[in-house]
Design a protein. Structure first.
Length: 258
C-alpha cells in the first residue's frame, strides 16, 4: 500500500484544500477537511495515471492508496475561491538537479495537456468561428471566469510565478507552449543557491522557494483546467435547456391547418 503525505489549507470560509506535495499539482477542494481527504485517493489515482500516460515513473496501477495528514495551515483567504498561500515543509527542502529536471518535464506535460484540451474544443465547435467564440467568452455567472479568461489568467500567471524567484516583474494555442518553454529555460538555469534559497517576495508576505514555485505552477494549471471543464459542462447544459424550450414552444403552437 502506498501512503501519501498530505498538506491541508483551511480558509477563513471553512473550506479545505488538500494537496499531495510529492505529486505537485495533485489536490482536492471541499467544504470540509473530511470531504477533501475523502476525494483525494481517486485524485491521486488519476494523477498517477497521468504520469504513466506521459511516460513518467509511477507505482503499479492497482496498488492501494492511503493518505496521511502531515500538516495543516489556516490561511486568511477563501479556499472555496481557490486561495492557497502556505509554504509546505516539502517546499522548503533544497531542490536537487534531478528533481528540477522532473519538475520541468511535468510542466511541459501539463502545458501539452492544456493545449490538447483547447484544440479538442476548437475542433468540436467547428474551428475559430462564431460558435467557438461564443463558448470561449461565455460565463456561467458574473463572478465566474469564461474559458478564455481562464486561459489568459494561466498565461499571465506564468510571469507572476517566475517573478517569485527572479524579483522582476492569441488565438494560436501553440503560443502557450512557447511561453512554457521560455519558463522552463529560465528555471533550468537556476543555480544551486537559487534551488535552495527561501525568500519573501516584495509583493506579499508568502515564503517562496523554487520547489514551491513549480508546485504552484502545476497546481494552478490543473485548477484552471478543472474550472474550464465546469464552464463547458454548464454551457452545454444551458444549450440543451434552450433547445428543449424551443421544441416545447413549437409543439404548443397551433397548426395552420387546424
Amino acid at each position: 500500500m502506498a501512503v501519501y503525505e498530505v498538506a491541508l489549507e483551511v480558509g477563513e470560509d471553512g473550506w479545505c484544500m488538500a494537496q499531495v506535495p510529492e505529486l505537485p499539482g495533485c489536490f482536492t477542494k471541499a467544504p470540509t477537511q473530511e470531504e477533501a481527504l475523502g476525494l483525494l485517493p481517486a485524485e491521486i489515482a488519476d494523477y498517477l495515471q497521468w504520469l504513466r500516460d506521459c511516460g513518467e515513473k509511477a507505482p503499479p496501477k492497482n496498488e492501494p492508496i492511503e493518505v496521511k495528514v502531515m500538516e495543516t495551515f489556516h490561511i486568511p483567504n477563501e479556499v472555496a475561491k481557490g486561495a492557497t498561500s502556505a509554504a509546505f515543509t516539502h517546499d522548503l527542502k533544497p531542490l536537487t538537479k534531478k528533481e528540477l529536471e522532473w519538475y520541468l518535464r511535468l510542466l511541459l506535460h501539463s502545458r501539452s495537456r492544456l493545449v490538447a484540451y483547447l484544440e479538442k474544443l476548437e475542433k468540436e465547435f467547428g474551428g475559430w468561428g462564431e460558435e467557438f467564440f461564443k463558448l470561449l467568452r461565455w460565463r456561467p455567472s458574473e463572478e465566474s471566469r469564461s474559458i478564455l479568461e481562464n486561459v489568459y489568467h494561466i498565461f499571465t500567471a506564468e510571469a507572476w510565478y517566475l517573478a517569485r524567484l527572479a524579483k522582476e516583474p492569441v488565438k494560436d494555442w501553440e503560443h502557450y507552449e512557447v511561453l512554457r518553454q521560455l519558463t522552463i529555460d529560465r528555471l533550468r538555469r537556476l543555480t544551486p543557491e537559487e534551488r535552495r534559497q527561501k525568500s519573501t517576495h516584495p509583493s506579499g508576505a508568502q515564503v517562496w522557494t523554487a520547489r514551491k514555485v513549480m508546485r504552484r505552477a502545476l497546481w494552478h494549471e490543473r485548477y484552471h483546467i478543472r474550472l474550464m471543464e465546469q464552464v463547458l459542462q454548464k454551457y452545454r447544459a444551458q444549450a440543451e435547456s434552450h433547445i428543449h424550450k424551443k421544441k416545447n414552444k413549437f409543439r404548443r403552437q397551433p397548426s395552420k391547418h387546424s
